[in-house]
Design a binder for this molecule. Sequence first.
Ligand code: FAD
Length: 284
Amino acid sequence: MLNPVTDGAGDSMIYTAKLVSSKRITPEASREEVRQMVFKTNDPYFDSRVGSCIRVLAPGQYGNPYHTRLYSIADTDQSDAGAQFEICVRRCFYMDDASGEEYGGVASNYLCNMQPGSDIKFSGPVGYPFVVPKNMDANLLMIGMGTGIAPFRGLIRMIYEQYGGWKGKVRLFHGARTGLEMLYLNDANNDLGNYFDQPTFKAFQAVSPRPAFNAPIALNQAIEQNAAEVWEIVNSPDSRVYVAGMTQMLGMIDNAMTGIVGSEAWMTKRNELATEGRWLEVLY
Ligand code: FAD
């Protein structure tokens, strides 16, 4: 769910970017394939910012020139000569009810099959970037599920490496179906772990209690267990709430917070944060 104010803004120019690298970041043993893909564009007009999305123009089917899909920018390095940016792509499959056959999602498979050195066409940026407040005492709450965790690595890197000395609390709640699918937290990709020694940073994980039965990820429980701190953060001056991942997350967050403070207090607070531009979400 993108904010209508910016959805489509800056979306008319078509850019080209070269794939620099593509790495699987879910373990081979996991059913999920998620790839971390780094692209470079030499177009100085493309404004790449963590949290906003690019619209990838994959080759179309059935006479359509393009099949377009959105991917959120997970990390970026922008200069006058263009931008290097990262997206995380989950390879999607779907079952055709009529034939019972499994088909690959068009854009995700196109991207996951690309070799370094080849080019994509894309437009954007689309949606709000995850802007960091100027006040380094501000508390930041990040909630992400599945590939929704991707922009938070870039955001956390920005906070601790570019800004440095962040004094406010940074709390990350992230979920996946199983520990194996927990992006960035397995041994090979322990890059969030780089920030665990920062006194202001804490991360909380949630998994599904019964992944084989598709039971929902217990994100609400993780939030409920830290209710007092979450409520303190959302009520503190200049705080920001960043939410990224599946649309169902919003219901989980609302349920958890309603259970803690009641629905009226929570909806008033969420609306207030949204009106003040302090609630930033990329939901899909
Ligand atoms: P498609 O070919 O479009 O198929 C997608 C789904 O459509 C299938 O899974 C299936 O449910 C259904 N479907 C299509 N055709 C059929 C059919 N014939 N029969 C039955 N079912 C069918 N994804 C990421 O991996 N990373 C991101 O960072 C990311 N960010 C996003 C940000 C936003 C704001 C949004 C809206 C989406 C984001 N997505 C992201 C999702 C992404 O845009 C695509 O939707 C996803 O990759 C699937 O696209 P696809 O072309 O591979 O699949």
